[in-house]
Design a protein around this ligand. Structure first.
Ligand SMILES: Nc1ncnc2c1ncn2[C@@H]1O[C@H](COP(=O)(O)OP(=O)(O)OP(=O)(O)O)[C@@H](O)[C@H]1O
Ligand SMILES: [Mg+2]
Length: 196
């Protein structure tokens, strides 16, 4: 990943003031990945977002996820490849918002044939970008899944700790198509086991 530190600070660390907004970014990415299910699990120490979407292969991780400013519409057209959902992604910066709620972001992803996992830590990103202008996430042990799982840990302060119930409401308000059905295409978001 290459990014100007000022951009990381402004777009990632400072821009988002609440967890619901950040979770909406993850849900939007799951939508674009053609997931039918997104599970958000909150514990005092972690927030885990698991989708059953397309997952990412190595080149998609490098060229899309780790590419700040990835232009989804230019590269992939107006809608998703199989279900033709209109893309929610626009700017290629949504993932940076994860760092406004957590210092550590673990990503597990699989497209069904290859699986990958890596950890991103805000301190290391800062130091590495400062020294070299680029950051290489740290490989970690992969998990068995089809889709993408993002685990947020080293959560920042108390503002992160909303009740699951309050988050469900806020997320539903921010994300008007959170329950969706068109033909045999559906999209469900579940927080701590309860459907939003
Ligand atoms: N859960 C996911 N499953 C599969 N691919 C993902 C997932 N999350 C992110 N990606 C890939 O990483 C890219 C970058 O994500 P990011 O949220 O930063 O930008 P975006 O969604 O393209 O645009 P926006 O800035 O509007 O969010 C996505 O376009 C997508 O290709
Ligand atoms: Mg996005």
């Amino acid at each position: 990943m290459s990014i100007d530190l000022r951009i990381l600070n402004h777009l990632g660390i400072q821009l988002y003031s609440n967890v619901a907004a950040v979770l909406s970014e993850a849900v939007a990415n799951a939508w674009d990945a053609e997931a039918t299910q997104v599970a958000i699990d909150l514990t005092p120490e972690t927030i885990t977002i698991t989708d059953n979407g397309s997952g990412m292969d190595r080149s998609q991780i490098n060229e899309r996820f780790l590419n700040v400013g990835y232009d989804k519409r230019r590269e992939e057209g107006d809608c998703t490849p199989n279900k033709c959902r209109p893309h929610m992604g626009r700017k290629g910066i949504g993932k940076l918002s994860l760092f406004s709620v957590a210092d550590v972001v673990d990503v597990y992803t699989s497209n069904g044939s290859e699986k990958h996992a890596f950890r991103m830590e805000i301190d290391k990103i800062r130091r590495s970008i400062e020294a070299r202008g680029t950051y290489f996430p740290e490989p970690i042990a992969s998990r068995e899944l089809k889709g993408t799982q993002i685990v947020l840990s080293a959560l920042k302060r108390k503002r992160v700790m909303r009740t699951a119930e309050a988050l469900r409401k806020r997320l539903a308000r921010r994300f008007s198509i959170i329950t969706y059905k068109r033909g045999d295409d559906s999209f469900d978001v579940v927080i701590n086991g309860h459907r939003v």
